[in-house]
Design a binder for this molecule. Sequence first.
Ligand code: IPD
Ligand code: CA
Ligand code: CA
Length: 263
Amino acid sequence: MAESALLNIMVGAARKAARALTRDFGEVENLQVSRKGPADFVSNADRRAEAIIHDELSRARPTYGFLMEEGGEEQGTDGQHRWLIDPLDGTTNFLHSIPLFATAIALERAGEIVASVIYSPILDELFTAEKGTGAWLNNKRLRVAGRRNLADSVIVTGIKVTGTEDDARTLRQLNQISPATAGIRRTGSASTDFAWLAAGRFDGYWEGRLAPWDVAPGLMLMKEAGGFVTDYSGGPGSVYSGEVVAGNEAIHGQLLELVRSTR
Ligand code: IPD
Ligand code: CA
Ligand code: CA
Protein backbone atom coordinates (compact mmCIF):
# COMPACT_ATOMS: atom_id res chain seq x y z
CA MET A 1 0.00 0.00 0.00
CA ALA A 2 1.08 3.60 -0.59
CA GLU A 3 2.22 5.13 2.69
CA SER A 4 1.14 8.68 3.60
CA ALA A 5 3.80 11.31 4.29
CA LEU A 6 3.00 10.99 7.98
CA LEU A 7 3.38 7.21 8.08
CA ASN A 8 6.55 7.51 6.05
CA ILE A 9 8.10 9.65 8.75
CA MET A 10 6.97 7.31 11.51
CA VAL A 11 8.13 4.18 9.68
CA GLY A 12 11.51 5.78 8.92
CA ALA A 13 12.04 6.64 12.59
CA ALA A 14 10.95 3.19 13.80
CA ARG A 15 13.16 1.38 11.29
CA LYS A 16 16.20 3.49 12.14
CA ALA A 17 15.78 2.87 15.89
CA ALA A 18 15.14 -0.82 15.23
CA ARG A 19 18.39 -1.11 13.27
CA ALA A 20 20.28 0.08 16.33
CA LEU A 21 18.29 -2.25 18.58
CA THR A 22 18.99 -5.22 16.30
CA ARG A 23 22.74 -4.54 16.50
CA ASP A 24 22.49 -4.30 20.28
CA PHE A 25 20.40 -7.47 20.42
CA GLY A 26 23.35 -9.32 18.90
CA GLU A 27 25.58 -7.99 21.66
CA VAL A 28 23.07 -8.97 24.37
CA GLU A 29 23.42 -12.59 23.30
CA ASN A 30 27.14 -12.36 24.12
CA LEU A 31 26.47 -10.74 27.48
CA GLN A 32 24.13 -13.51 28.72
CA VAL A 33 27.05 -15.51 30.02
CA SER A 34 28.53 -12.68 32.07
CA ARG A 35 27.68 -12.78 35.77
CA LYS A 36 26.27 -9.28 35.85
CA GLY A 37 24.18 -9.92 32.76
CA PRO A 38 23.27 -7.34 30.15
CA ALA A 39 20.91 -5.11 32.23
CA ASP A 40 22.87 -1.83 31.98
CA PHE A 41 23.69 -2.45 28.37
CA VAL A 42 19.99 -2.95 27.60
CA SER A 43 18.86 0.22 29.34
CA ASN A 44 21.43 2.14 27.28
CA ALA A 45 20.20 0.47 24.10
CA ASP A 46 16.67 1.45 25.03
CA ARG A 47 17.62 5.11 25.61
CA ARG A 48 19.67 5.22 22.40
CA ALA A 49 16.72 3.90 20.38
CA GLU A 50 14.43 6.51 21.90
CA ALA A 51 16.91 9.30 21.11
CA ILE A 52 17.00 8.18 17.46
CA ILE A 53 13.20 8.30 17.22
CA HIS A 54 13.06 11.65 18.98
CA ASP A 55 15.65 13.13 16.61
CA GLU A 56 13.95 11.83 13.48
CA LEU A 57 10.47 12.95 14.49
CA SER A 58 11.47 16.37 15.74
CA ARG A 59 13.39 17.02 12.56
CA ALA A 60 10.32 16.14 10.47
CA ARG A 61 7.71 17.82 12.71
CA PRO A 62 9.48 20.41 14.87
CA THR A 63 6.32 21.73 16.58
CA TYR A 64 4.96 18.42 17.91
CA GLY A 65 5.20 17.35 21.57
CA PHE A 66 6.35 13.99 22.98
CA LEU A 67 5.36 11.46 25.60
CA MET A 68 8.19 8.95 25.82
CA GLU A 69 8.72 5.99 28.09
CA GLU A 70 12.31 6.92 28.89
CA GLY A 71 12.41 10.68 28.44
CA GLY A 72 8.95 11.57 29.77
CA GLU A 73 6.88 14.47 28.50
CA GLU A 74 8.01 17.28 26.22
CA GLN A 75 5.55 20.04 25.33
CA GLY A 76 5.23 20.92 21.66
CA THR A 77 4.58 24.42 20.43
CA ASP A 78 1.53 23.59 18.32
CA GLY A 79 -0.54 22.32 21.26
CA GLN A 80 -2.41 19.80 19.05
CA HIS A 81 0.02 17.02 18.25
CA ARG A 82 1.96 14.65 20.45
CA TRP A 83 4.03 11.53 19.72
CA LEU A 84 3.71 8.58 22.10
CA ILE A 85 6.81 6.41 21.98
CA ASP A 86 7.95 3.08 23.35
CA PRO A 87 11.37 2.50 21.75
CA LEU A 88 11.66 -1.05 23.07
CA ASP A 89 8.47 -2.85 24.02
CA GLY A 90 9.40 -6.26 25.33
CA THR A 91 12.42 -5.27 27.42
CA THR A 92 12.44 -8.47 29.44
CA ASN A 93 12.48 -10.52 26.23
CA PHE A 94 15.32 -8.39 24.83
CA LEU A 95 17.27 -8.74 28.06
CA HIS A 96 16.98 -12.54 27.86
CA SER A 97 17.79 -12.77 24.13
CA ILE A 98 14.20 -13.72 23.29
CA PRO A 99 13.74 -12.32 19.78
CA LEU A 100 10.25 -10.87 20.30
CA PHE A 101 10.17 -7.13 20.90
CA ALA A 102 8.94 -4.07 19.03
CA THR A 103 9.44 -0.38 18.51
CA ALA A 104 6.13 1.45 18.80
CA ILE A 105 5.09 5.00 17.88
CA ALA A 106 1.65 6.64 17.86
CA LEU A 107 0.52 10.15 16.98
CA GLU A 108 -2.13 11.91 19.04
CA ARG A 109 -3.98 14.82 17.44
CA ALA A 110 -6.26 16.94 19.65
CA GLY A 111 -6.51 14.06 22.12
CA GLU A 112 -7.25 11.36 19.54
CA ILE A 113 -4.80 8.73 18.25
CA VAL A 114 -4.65 9.07 14.47
CA ALA A 115 -1.66 7.02 13.31
CA SER A 116 0.58 4.26 14.58
CA VAL A 117 3.54 2.06 13.74
CA ILE A 118 4.64 -1.13 15.49
CA TYR A 119 7.80 -2.68 14.10
CA SER A 120 9.19 -6.11 15.14
CA PRO A 121 12.73 -6.02 13.75
CA ILE A 122 13.72 -9.66 14.19
CA LEU A 123 10.61 -10.89 12.40
CA ASP A 124 10.79 -7.88 10.07
CA GLU A 125 7.07 -7.27 10.56
CA LEU A 126 5.86 -3.71 10.11
CA PHE A 127 2.35 -2.94 11.37
CA THR A 128 0.89 0.43 10.42
CA ALA A 129 -2.47 2.15 10.78
CA GLU A 130 -3.80 5.58 10.06
CA LYS A 131 -7.29 6.83 10.80
CA GLY A 132 -9.69 5.86 7.99
CA THR A 133 -7.16 3.96 5.85
CA GLY A 134 -7.01 0.53 7.45
CA ALA A 135 -4.46 -1.49 9.40
CA TRP A 136 -1.61 -3.17 7.54
CA LEU A 137 1.11 -5.76 8.07
CA ASN A 138 3.80 -5.02 5.50
CA ASN A 139 1.57 -4.85 2.39
CA LYS A 140 -1.32 -6.91 3.64
CA ARG A 141 -4.55 -5.41 4.96
CA LEU A 142 -5.46 -6.63 8.44
CA ARG A 143 -8.74 -7.79 9.85
CA VAL A 144 -9.37 -9.24 13.32
CA ALA A 145 -10.11 -12.98 13.52
CA GLY A 146 -13.68 -14.15 12.98
CA ARG A 147 -14.08 -16.78 15.73
CA ARG A 148 -17.33 -16.45 17.67
CA ASN A 149 -16.72 -18.67 20.71
CA LEU A 150 -14.25 -18.09 23.49
CA ALA A 151 -13.84 -21.86 23.77
CA ASP A 152 -12.17 -21.89 20.30
CA SER A 153 -10.10 -18.78 20.94
CA VAL A 154 -6.47 -18.11 21.78
CA ILE A 155 -6.32 -15.25 24.26
CA VAL A 156 -3.24 -13.23 25.12
CA THR A 157 -2.61 -11.36 28.35
CA GLY A 158 0.06 -9.76 30.49
CA ILE A 159 1.06 -11.35 33.77
CA LYS A 160 2.91 -9.32 36.36
CA VAL A 161 3.36 -10.86 39.73
CA THR A 162 4.89 -8.51 42.26
CA GLY A 163 2.70 -9.38 45.24
CA THR A 164 0.09 -6.61 45.03
CA GLU A 165 -3.72 -6.88 45.21
CA ASP A 166 -3.77 -6.11 41.48
CA ASP A 167 -1.63 -9.18 40.86
CA ALA A 168 -3.99 -11.32 42.89
CA ARG A 169 -6.72 -10.11 40.57
CA THR A 170 -4.69 -11.04 37.48
CA LEU A 171 -4.32 -14.55 38.89
CA ARG A 172 -8.08 -14.73 39.63
CA GLN A 173 -8.71 -13.67 36.04
CA LEU A 174 -6.34 -16.31 34.69
CA ASN A 175 -8.03 -18.93 36.81
CA GLN A 176 -11.43 -17.95 35.50
CA ILE A 177 -10.60 -17.23 31.86
CA SER A 178 -8.04 -19.90 30.99
CA PRO A 179 -10.40 -22.93 31.20
CA ALA A 180 -12.94 -21.09 29.03
CA THR A 181 -10.50 -20.71 26.08
CA ALA A 182 -8.47 -22.80 23.65
CA GLY A 183 -5.30 -21.41 25.23
CA ILE A 184 -3.66 -18.44 26.93
CA ARG A 185 -0.47 -16.77 25.63
CA ARG A 186 1.97 -14.20 27.07
CA THR A 187 4.32 -12.54 24.57
CA GLY A 188 5.91 -9.99 26.92
CA SER A 189 5.22 -7.08 24.57
CA ALA A 190 1.88 -5.26 24.71
CA SER A 191 2.34 -3.73 21.23
CA THR A 192 2.95 -7.20 19.82
CA ASP A 193 -0.17 -8.47 21.61
CA PHE A 194 -2.26 -5.78 19.94
CA ALA A 195 -0.58 -6.18 16.55
CA TRP A 196 -1.05 -9.95 16.49
CA LEU A 197 -4.66 -9.49 17.61
CA ALA A 198 -5.29 -7.06 14.74
CA ALA A 199 -3.67 -9.65 12.42
CA GLY A 200 -6.07 -12.39 13.59
CA ARG A 201 -3.33 -14.49 15.24
CA PHE A 202 -4.86 -13.97 18.67
CA ASP A 203 -8.62 -13.79 19.19
CA GLY A 204 -8.67 -11.72 22.36
CA TYR A 205 -6.49 -9.72 24.74
CA TRP A 206 -6.88 -8.35 28.21
CA GLU A 207 -4.40 -6.60 30.44
CA GLY A 208 -4.34 -3.95 33.18
CA ARG A 209 -1.80 -1.39 34.37
CA LEU A 210 -0.52 -0.54 30.91
CA ALA A 211 1.18 2.75 30.06
CA PRO A 212 -0.21 5.10 27.37
CA TRP A 213 2.67 4.19 24.98
CA ASP A 214 1.78 0.50 25.40
CA VAL A 215 -1.86 1.07 24.43
CA ALA A 216 -1.91 3.93 21.89
CA PRO A 217 -0.25 2.21 18.89
CA GLY A 218 -2.32 -0.96 19.27
CA LEU A 219 -5.59 0.87 19.85
CA MET A 220 -5.26 2.55 16.46
CA LEU A 221 -4.43 -0.76 14.78
CA MET A 222 -7.43 -2.47 16.37
CA LYS A 223 -9.83 0.30 15.35
CA GLU A 224 -8.66 0.06 11.75
CA ALA A 225 -8.78 -3.76 11.77
CA GLY A 226 -12.43 -3.78 12.84
CA GLY A 227 -11.80 -4.79 16.47
CA PHE A 228 -13.41 -3.78 19.74
CA VAL A 229 -11.42 -2.34 22.65
CA THR A 230 -12.80 -1.24 26.02
CA ASP A 231 -11.61 -0.84 29.60
CA TYR A 232 -12.54 -3.39 32.29
CA SER A 233 -15.94 -1.70 32.82
CA GLY A 234 -16.88 -1.84 29.15
CA GLY A 235 -16.19 1.89 28.68
CA PRO A 236 -14.54 3.01 25.41
CA GLY A 237 -10.93 1.89 24.95
CA SER A 238 -8.69 4.64 26.27
CA VAL A 239 -4.98 5.22 26.08
CA TYR A 240 -4.95 6.52 29.63
CA SER A 241 -7.08 4.07 31.66
CA GLY A 242 -4.33 1.43 31.59
CA GLU A 243 -6.91 -1.37 31.11
CA VAL A 244 -7.81 -3.15 27.90
CA VAL A 245 -10.20 -5.88 26.86
CA ALA A 246 -10.07 -6.46 23.11
CA GLY A 247 -11.20 -8.78 20.31
CA ASN A 248 -13.88 -9.00 17.66
CA GLU A 249 -17.35 -8.04 18.89
CA ALA A 250 -18.31 -11.56 20.04
CA ILE A 251 -15.03 -12.50 21.74
CA HIS A 252 -14.69 -9.06 23.29
CA GLY A 253 -18.16 -9.46 24.86
CA GLN A 254 -17.44 -12.93 26.30
CA LEU A 255 -14.02 -11.90 27.59
CA LEU A 256 -15.33 -8.69 29.14
CA GLU A 257 -17.97 -10.62 31.06
CA LEU A 258 -15.30 -12.83 32.64
CA VAL A 259 -12.91 -9.94 33.32
CA ARG A 260 -15.74 -8.01 34.99
CA SER A 261 -16.71 -10.96 37.16
CA THR A 262 -13.23 -11.00 38.73
CA ARG A 263 -13.11 -7.35 39.84
C1 IPD B 1 5.97 -4.07 29.01
C2 IPD B 1 5.41 -5.04 27.99
C3 IPD B 1 4.59 -6.10 28.68
C4 IPD B 1 3.50 -5.53 29.55
C5 IPD B 1 4.08 -4.52 30.54
C6 IPD B 1 4.88 -3.45 29.82
P1 IPD B 1 8.27 -2.82 28.36
O1 IPD B 1 6.65 -3.01 28.35
O2 IPD B 1 4.60 -4.38 27.06
O3 IPD B 1 3.96 -6.96 27.74
O4 IPD B 1 2.88 -6.58 30.26
O5 IPD B 1 3.02 -3.90 31.22
O6 IPD B 1 5.44 -2.57 30.78
O7 IPD B 1 8.66 -2.57 29.78
O8 IPD B 1 8.85 -4.08 27.82
O9 IPD B 1 8.42 -1.62 27.50
CA1 CA C 1 9.81 -0.02 26.81
CA1 CA D 1 6.13 -1.11 26.96
